[in-house]
Write a protein that binds this ligand. Sequence first.
Ligand SMILES: Nc1ncnc2c1ncn2[C@@H]1O[C@H](COP(=O)(O)OP(=O)(O)OP(=O)(O)O)[C@@H](O)[C@H]1O
Ligand SMILES: [Mg+2]
Length: 228
Amino acid sequence: MTLDIRGSLKNTRISKNPSVVVDELLANSIDAFLIRKRDEANAVALQVTLQVKATKADLLGEEYDLEITCEDNGCGLGPEQRKAFLTKDTSYKDDLNIPGIGKCKGTGRVQFFHHFRAVSLSSICREGDGFKHISLPFLRDRKTIEETDFTVEDRDTGEVGTHIQLSHLMPKLRETILSVSSVHRMFTAEAIRQHVLFNLLQRFVSLKDDLGDFQIKFVSDLGGTKSE
Ligand SMILES: Nc1ncnc2c1ncn2[C@@H]1O[C@H](COP(=O)(O)OP(=O)(O)OP(=O)(O)O)[C@@H](O)[C@H]1O
Ligand SMILES: [Mg+2]
Protein backbone atom coordinates (compact mmCIF):
# COMPACT_ATOMS: atom_id res chain seq x y z
CA MET A 1 0.00 0.00 0.00
CA THR A 2 1.38 3.37 -0.99
CA LEU A 3 0.20 6.90 -0.41
CA ASP A 4 1.16 8.88 -3.49
CA ILE A 5 1.61 12.32 -1.96
CA ARG A 6 2.10 14.17 -5.21
CA GLY A 7 -0.97 12.46 -6.66
CA SER A 8 -3.05 13.40 -3.61
CA LEU A 9 -1.93 17.02 -3.90
CA LYS A 10 -3.14 17.09 -7.50
CA ASN A 11 -6.61 15.84 -6.62
CA THR A 12 -7.30 17.64 -3.35
CA ARG A 13 -6.99 21.40 -3.49
CA ILE A 14 -5.26 23.43 -0.82
CA SER A 15 -7.84 24.94 1.51
CA LYS A 16 -8.34 28.71 1.60
CA ASN A 17 -8.62 28.56 5.36
CA PRO A 18 -5.19 29.43 6.80
CA SER A 19 -6.01 27.48 9.99
CA VAL A 20 -6.95 24.32 8.12
CA VAL A 21 -3.93 22.40 9.40
CA VAL A 22 -4.79 23.18 13.02
CA ASP A 23 -8.42 22.16 12.39
CA GLU A 24 -7.45 18.86 10.75
CA LEU A 25 -4.90 17.98 13.43
CA LEU A 26 -7.40 18.55 16.23
CA ALA A 27 -10.21 16.73 14.43
CA ASN A 28 -7.95 13.69 14.07
CA SER A 29 -6.90 13.85 17.72
CA ILE A 30 -10.49 13.96 18.93
CA ASP A 31 -11.48 11.10 16.59
CA ALA A 32 -8.49 9.06 17.79
CA PHE A 33 -9.51 9.62 21.39
CA LEU A 34 -13.08 8.46 20.66
CA ILE A 35 -11.68 5.33 18.96
CA ARG A 36 -9.50 4.68 22.01
CA LYS A 37 -12.54 5.06 24.29
CA ARG A 38 -14.48 2.49 22.29
CA ASP A 39 -11.79 -0.09 23.02
CA GLU A 40 -10.82 0.84 26.56
CA ALA A 41 -13.18 0.59 29.50
CA ASN A 42 -11.77 3.45 31.54
CA ALA A 43 -9.96 5.71 29.17
CA VAL A 44 -8.66 8.93 30.66
CA ALA A 45 -9.88 12.37 29.58
CA LEU A 46 -8.79 13.80 26.24
CA GLN A 47 -5.46 15.62 26.38
CA VAL A 48 -4.05 17.50 23.42
CA THR A 49 -1.13 19.89 23.15
CA LEU A 50 -0.91 21.97 20.01
CA GLN A 51 2.29 23.87 19.52
CA VAL A 52 3.13 26.50 16.93
CA LYS A 53 6.64 27.75 16.46
CA ALA A 54 7.72 30.45 14.05
CA THR A 55 11.41 31.06 13.77
CA LYS A 56 12.58 34.63 13.65
CA ALA A 57 12.33 36.33 10.31
CA ASP A 58 15.15 38.38 8.90
CA LEU A 59 14.30 41.72 7.27
CA LEU A 60 13.39 40.03 4.01
CA GLY A 61 11.37 37.40 5.81
CA GLU A 62 13.64 34.76 4.37
CA GLU A 63 14.71 33.04 7.55
CA TYR A 64 11.11 32.72 8.64
CA ASP A 65 9.84 29.19 9.03
CA LEU A 66 6.91 27.58 10.75
CA GLU A 67 6.48 24.34 12.63
CA ILE A 68 3.24 22.95 14.05
CA THR A 69 3.08 19.92 16.33
CA CYS A 70 0.13 18.15 17.87
CA GLU A 71 0.34 15.60 20.63
CA ASP A 72 -2.71 13.62 21.75
CA ASN A 73 -3.64 10.68 23.92
CA GLY A 74 -5.80 9.02 21.30
CA CYS A 75 -5.65 5.42 20.09
CA GLY A 76 -2.30 5.80 18.32
CA LEU A 77 -1.41 4.62 14.84
CA GLY A 78 -2.17 0.93 15.04
CA PRO A 79 -2.41 -1.26 11.92
CA GLU A 80 -5.91 -0.02 11.02
CA GLN A 81 -4.98 3.64 11.37
CA ARG A 82 -1.77 3.16 9.36
CA LYS A 83 -3.76 1.44 6.64
CA ALA A 84 -6.21 4.38 6.63
CA PHE A 85 -3.27 6.82 6.54
CA LEU A 86 -1.87 5.08 3.45
CA THR A 87 -5.20 4.78 1.65
CA LYS A 88 -6.10 7.63 -0.69
CA ASP A 89 -9.51 9.11 0.29
CA THR A 90 -9.83 6.57 3.10
CA SER A 91 -13.36 5.73 4.29
CA TYR A 92 -11.99 4.09 7.47
CA LYS A 93 -13.91 6.38 9.84
CA ASP A 94 -17.21 6.05 7.95
CA ASP A 95 -17.74 2.49 9.11
CA LEU A 96 -16.65 2.86 12.72
CA ASN A 97 -20.14 3.63 13.97
CA ILE A 98 -18.78 5.61 16.87
CA PRO A 99 -21.10 8.42 17.97
CA GLY A 100 -19.30 11.71 17.43
CA ILE A 101 -17.25 10.53 14.46
CA GLY A 102 -19.17 11.66 11.43
CA LYS A 103 -18.71 11.00 7.76
CA CYS A 104 -15.29 11.98 6.55
CA LYS A 105 -13.67 12.78 3.24
CA GLY A 106 -10.57 10.87 4.18
CA THR A 107 -8.29 13.66 2.98
CA GLY A 108 -7.44 15.81 6.01
CA ARG A 109 -3.76 14.89 5.94
CA VAL A 110 -3.42 16.09 2.33
CA GLN A 111 -3.58 19.65 3.74
CA PHE A 112 -0.50 18.83 5.86
CA PHE A 113 1.42 18.08 2.67
CA HIS A 114 0.06 21.16 0.90
CA HIS A 115 1.41 23.34 3.70
CA PHE A 116 4.60 21.63 4.85
CA ARG A 117 7.53 19.89 3.21
CA ALA A 118 8.04 17.50 6.11
CA VAL A 119 5.49 15.46 8.04
CA SER A 120 6.81 13.14 10.72
CA LEU A 121 5.16 11.32 13.58
CA SER A 122 5.75 9.17 16.59
CA SER A 123 2.99 7.15 18.18
CA ILE A 124 2.28 4.48 20.76
CA CYS A 125 -0.63 2.11 20.51
CA ARG A 126 -1.81 -0.85 22.52
CA GLU A 127 -1.44 -4.31 21.07
CA GLY A 128 -2.52 -7.26 23.16
CA ASP A 129 -0.95 -6.87 26.59
CA GLY A 130 1.90 -4.76 25.30
CA PHE A 131 2.53 -1.64 23.31
CA LYS A 132 3.96 -0.78 19.92
CA HIS A 133 5.95 2.31 19.11
CA ILE A 134 5.41 3.55 15.57
CA SER A 135 7.37 6.25 13.87
CA LEU A 136 7.47 7.96 10.54
CA PRO A 137 10.88 9.61 10.41
CA PHE A 138 11.51 13.20 9.42
CA LEU A 139 12.18 13.50 5.70
CA ARG A 140 11.68 16.52 3.47
CA ASP A 141 9.76 16.34 0.20
CA ARG A 142 8.59 12.74 0.35
CA LYS A 143 6.88 11.72 -2.85
CA THR A 144 5.23 8.66 -1.38
CA ILE A 145 4.69 6.96 1.96
CA GLU A 146 4.67 3.18 2.18
CA GLU A 147 4.16 0.76 5.00
CA THR A 148 7.90 0.16 5.19
CA ASP A 149 8.48 3.87 5.86
CA PHE A 150 6.95 3.36 9.32
CA THR A 151 9.15 1.70 11.92
CA VAL A 152 7.26 -0.45 14.41
CA GLU A 153 8.86 -1.66 17.65
CA ASP A 154 7.64 -3.49 20.75
CA ARG A 155 7.47 -1.55 24.01
CA ASP A 156 6.73 -2.85 27.50
CA THR A 157 5.32 0.43 28.73
CA GLY A 158 4.19 3.67 27.20
CA GLU A 159 1.65 6.43 27.03
CA VAL A 160 -0.78 5.70 24.24
CA GLY A 161 -1.14 8.54 21.74
CA THR A 162 0.31 10.31 18.75
CA HIS A 163 2.71 13.17 18.19
CA ILE A 164 2.63 14.68 14.70
CA GLN A 165 5.15 17.23 13.55
CA LEU A 166 4.73 19.46 10.51
CA SER A 167 7.76 21.49 9.53
CA HIS A 168 9.39 23.40 6.67
CA LEU A 169 6.60 25.59 5.42
CA MET A 170 6.03 25.55 1.65
CA PRO A 171 7.93 28.65 0.44
CA LYS A 172 5.07 30.13 -1.58
CA LEU A 173 2.83 30.24 1.52
CA ARG A 174 5.26 32.61 3.22
CA GLU A 175 4.21 35.27 0.76
CA THR A 176 0.51 34.47 0.84
CA ILE A 177 -1.75 32.97 3.52
CA LEU A 178 1.00 32.25 6.04
CA SER A 179 3.11 35.38 5.84
CA VAL A 180 5.06 36.40 8.93
CA SER A 181 2.47 39.03 9.82
CA SER A 182 -0.56 36.78 9.39
CA VAL A 183 1.08 34.05 11.46
CA HIS A 184 1.83 36.57 14.23
CA ARG A 185 -1.83 37.59 14.16
CA MET A 186 -3.46 34.15 13.86
CA PHE A 187 -1.15 31.86 15.75
CA THR A 188 -0.69 33.32 19.20
CA ALA A 189 -1.90 30.75 21.72
CA GLU A 190 -4.87 32.99 22.51
CA ALA A 191 -5.88 33.44 18.85
CA ILE A 192 -5.73 29.70 18.16
CA ARG A 193 -7.72 29.02 21.29
CA GLN A 194 -10.41 31.48 20.17
CA HIS A 195 -10.51 29.97 16.70
CA VAL A 196 -10.77 26.43 18.04
CA LEU A 197 -13.42 27.34 20.61
CA PHE A 198 -15.50 29.00 17.92
CA ASN A 199 -15.11 26.08 15.52
CA LEU A 200 -15.40 23.15 17.87
CA LEU A 201 -17.65 24.40 20.63
CA GLN A 202 -20.63 22.48 19.31
CA ARG A 203 -18.60 19.30 19.00
CA PHE A 204 -17.24 19.70 22.53
CA VAL A 205 -20.72 20.22 23.94
CA SER A 206 -22.16 17.18 22.19
CA LEU A 207 -19.18 15.04 23.27
CA LYS A 208 -19.18 16.32 26.85
CA ASP A 209 -19.69 12.87 28.34
CA ASP A 210 -17.15 11.13 26.11
CA LEU A 211 -14.22 13.53 26.36
CA GLY A 212 -14.22 13.72 30.15
CA ASP A 213 -12.54 16.62 31.89
CA PHE A 214 -10.55 17.33 28.77
CA GLN A 215 -7.65 19.70 28.25
CA ILE A 216 -6.39 21.24 25.04
CA LYS A 217 -3.26 23.22 25.53
CA PHE A 218 -2.12 25.84 23.01
CA VAL A 219 1.51 26.84 23.04
CA SER A 220 3.09 29.33 20.69
CA ASP A 221 6.54 30.71 20.17
CA LEU A 222 6.48 33.34 17.45
CA GLY A 223 9.99 34.57 16.84
CA GLY A 224 10.80 34.26 20.54
CA THR A 225 7.50 35.71 21.83
CA LYS A 226 5.98 32.90 23.81
CA SER A 227 2.42 32.38 24.99
CA GLU A 228 0.44 29.49 26.41
N1 LIG B 1 -3.78 11.72 15.71
C1 LIG B 1 -4.09 10.56 15.12
N2 LIG B 1 -4.23 9.43 15.88
C2 LIG B 1 -4.54 8.25 15.31
N3 LIG B 1 -4.74 8.05 13.99
C3 LIG B 1 -4.62 9.14 13.18
C4 LIG B 1 -4.29 10.44 13.70
N4 LIG B 1 -4.24 11.30 12.65
C5 LIG B 1 -4.53 10.57 11.56
N5 LIG B 1 -4.75 9.28 11.85
C6 LIG B 1 -5.12 8.20 10.91
O1 LIG B 1 -4.85 8.62 9.61
C7 LIG B 1 -6.02 8.53 8.81
C8 LIG B 1 -6.02 9.62 7.76
O2 LIG B 1 -6.22 10.89 8.37
P1 LIG B 1 -6.97 12.03 7.55
O3 LIG B 1 -7.14 13.18 8.46
O4 LIG B 1 -6.25 12.27 6.28
O5 LIG B 1 -8.36 11.38 7.15
P2 LIG B 1 -9.66 11.15 8.04
O6 LIG B 1 -9.48 11.81 9.36
O7 LIG B 1 -9.94 9.70 8.03
O8 LIG B 1 -10.78 11.92 7.21
P3 LIG B 1 -11.04 13.52 7.17
O9 LIG B 1 -9.82 14.18 7.75
O10 LIG B 1 -11.22 13.86 5.74
O11 LIG B 1 -12.24 13.75 8.01
C9 LIG B 1 -7.19 8.61 9.78
O12 LIG B 1 -8.34 7.94 9.27
C10 LIG B 1 -6.62 7.91 11.01
O13 LIG B 1 -6.84 6.52 10.94
MG1 LIG C 1 -8.86 13.82 9.52
